[in-house]
Design a protein around this ligand. Structure first.
Ligand SMILES: C[S@@+](CC[C@H](N)C(=O)[O-])C[C@H]1O[C@@H](n2cnc3c(N)ncnc32)[C@H](O)[C@@H]1O
Length: 389
């Protein structure tokens, strides 16, 4: 496919997404009916689509309309490319720009539009991030780098770097965590690499690893990952300490890959359903990696940024409070409760910490830490409490 044909494919896919279809499904369907597209074409179209979704508002303002075509014209202008170079009408490229498209002068009506944040969210976003607001919003407009976690049960970070290098994947240590690597070349090879398939490395954002590093794991024979999902944090915990790691999720289907992932990683993880939880309590440490707005991972899931509403956020915040209250009951005397989100919004983070301490007596607040996307990781937050002994 020519560069122009790739842009036309992105326009058609974006039109379907803007009409309400899910991005992944739309890309898959396009791939199925576009046998002519090679792997590089597919990757390029996908990159166009995801970049346009991250910057949907500002690109639409620069392009003149919030359509696939308007957004892709805006993308060219944002990247300093003359759209006329790609919109040629030749070789399946989009038709040339109309006079009004050519004459459109893109201006931003608000800081939220310029920074690709929903208008309703901007005041809360800015209050949460203070002086870092624009840097963080701009970082959310770019693609996230790929991070790996070195599984210390299999070997150390230097060994992982050299094994990966032999498999055509270049990596460097990431400063956020002693187990984190950032992939500098060959990211698309990771999922087929022996280092990955044998459990030597896992795909995991460096801040997600740093959350686990922030937990007081010493003298915690029994740890519960209360919102385990697929077990990313449970696996990271199991690699850092001796003792049993339990995993639980309100939706047991989300835990179904944990036994296989644990076996591959050489880790020992016991999955508990809701009925088994209270029988297994109390735990020395309970981590709640709670459902959240996902604002810290909007680079990977840009649709989430535009889907979030005030009502949905209120529901998420209420669920987080309930999860904290429920999980607190499972913590042993003198034990630790940790609350984490992949959000950068104060209402889901520090405010949750304050509210928990206001609702519960007999808990000491040990620490809290936040990571924001402009420093090269996903946005994350972790807060650690200790129950009186
Ligand atoms: C942010 S995800 C967890 C990600 C996971 N810890 C990881 O590192 O891959 C949040 C999880 O919380 C689960 N969840 C939602 N409500 C819950 C509840 N009331 N109790 C326990 N888990 C819940 C969701 O099903 C979801 O899998």
């Amino acid at each position: 496919m020519t560069p122009g044909a790739r842009v036309q494919a992105a326009i058609e896919i974006l039109d379907e997404i803007l009409a309400g279809q899910a991005a992944e499904k739309t890309l898959t369907n396009w791939g199925r009916r576009s046998r002519f597209a090679g792997s590089k074409d597919r990757a390029a179209v996908r990159d166009h689509v995801y970049q346009a979704l991250r910057c949907r508002r500002s690109y639409a303002a620069l392009g003149g309309t919030e359509t696939g075509r308007g957004v892709m014209i805006g993308a060219c202008r944002d990247q300093g490319i003359d759209p006329a170079d790609l919109f040629t009408g030749q070789g399946h490229a989009p038709t040339p720009l109309s006079e009004s498209e050519q004459a459109h002068v893109g201006t931003f009506e608000s800081d939220a539009e310029k920074n690709d944040i929903p208008e309703w969210l901007w005041p809360m976003f800015a209050r949460s991030l203070g002086a870092q607001t624009e840097d963080v919003a701009q970082a959310l407009r770019a693609r996230a780098s790929v991070h790996l976690r070195v599984n210390l049960l299999k070997g150390d970070r230097d060994a992982a770097i050299s094994r990966l290098q032999h498999e055509g994947i270049s990596t460097e240590p990431h400063e956020a965590s002693p187990t984190a690597l950032v992939v500098t070349e060959g990211a698309r090879r990771v999922k087929n690499a022996e280092s990955y398939l044998s459990g030597f490395v896992e795909l995991q954002d460096a801040a997600s690893q740093a959350v686990v590093n922030a937990l007081p794991l010493q003298n915690t024979p029994r740890v519960l990952d209360y919102c385990s999902g697929g077990g990313g944090k449970a696996l990271a915990i199991a690699a850092l300490r001796d003792g049993t790691v339990y995993a639980h999720d309100a939706d047991p289907r989300r835990m179904r890959d944990i036994p296989e992932r644990a076996a591959r990683a050489g880790a020992d993880i016991t999955c508990l359903d809701t009925a088994e939880l209270s029988k297994s309590a109390p735990f020395d440490l309970v981590l709640c990696d709670a459902p959240c707005s996902g604002s810290g991972s909007w680079r990977r899931d840009p649709e989430g940024k535009w889907r979030l509403t005030q009502d949905a956020l209120d529901e998420i915040v209420a669920l987080q409070s309930k999860i904290l209250d429920d999980a607190a009951q499972l913590v042993a005397d003198g034990g630790v409760l940790a609350f984490a989100t992949c959000s950068m919004l104060d209402v889901e983070n520090h405010k949750q910490t304050q509210d928990f301490l206001a609702r519960h007596t007999g808990w000491e607040h040990l620490s809290e830490r936040a990571w924001h996307v402009h420093t090269g990781t996903d946005g994350f937050y972790v807060s650690v409490f200790q129950r009186a002994g």
